[in-house]
Ligand binder design. Structure first.
Ligand code: FE2
Ligand code: FE2
Length: 159
């Protein structure tokens, strides 16, 4: 095990190390799911159902894990961090409401497609805001060790 302890996460270790890296990686996964969904939504009715189930699950799991790891800690740090965190959490709530509205519609309906487009727009805007406004704050208010601990917490909640 001594050898293992000497290993440093580096170019050969693809696992994200800090909460910032985890979130960037998870956002890429979510964008890819929404992009795949948009690409098939017109032609593949069965495909849209299963891809939607996966996208919905991943989005909700991301929001929950992000709240219980990153935002739970950030709200206790600076005023800016608290403000940005509460804003992000309120947007998570808006996404959940849209998802609930979609659940009340048939995935074959035009209304459902419109809601999906709205959700995609809102989610993409949200991810960009977090990357531009929240993640830079993390480097200011948390140590590298704290950022690593939050990455572990994120994975624990998300699994
Ligand atoms: Fe978020
Ligand atoms: Fe996020």
């Amino acid at each position: 095990m001594a050898t293992k302890a000497m290993e440093r996460p580096g170019k050969d270790d693809k696992k994200a190390d800090t909460i910032v890296e985890v979130i960037v990686e998870e956002h890429a996964k979510l964008r890819s799911l929404f992009d795949r969904l948009e690409a098939i939504v017109e032609q593949d009715r069965d495909g849209r159902r299963s891809l939607w189930a996966e996208t919905r699950k991943e989005l909700l799991a991301h929001h929950e894990a992000e709240e219980e790891s990153l935002f739970d800690t950030l709200v206790q740090t600076s005023k800016d961090a608290r403000h940005e965190s509460l804003h992000a959490i309120s947007e998570h709530g808006e996404h959940k409401k849209l998802i609930e509205q979609m659940e009340d519609l048939s995935p074959d309906a035009d209304d459902w497609e419109e809601k999906l487009a709205e959700l995609r727009h809102d989610v993409f805007h949200h991810l960009e805001e977090e990357e531009e406004d929240v993640l830079p704050i993390v480097a200011e208010v948390l140590s590298k060790d704290e950022a690593r601990t939050l990455a572990a917490k994120y994975r624990e909640v998300h699994s």
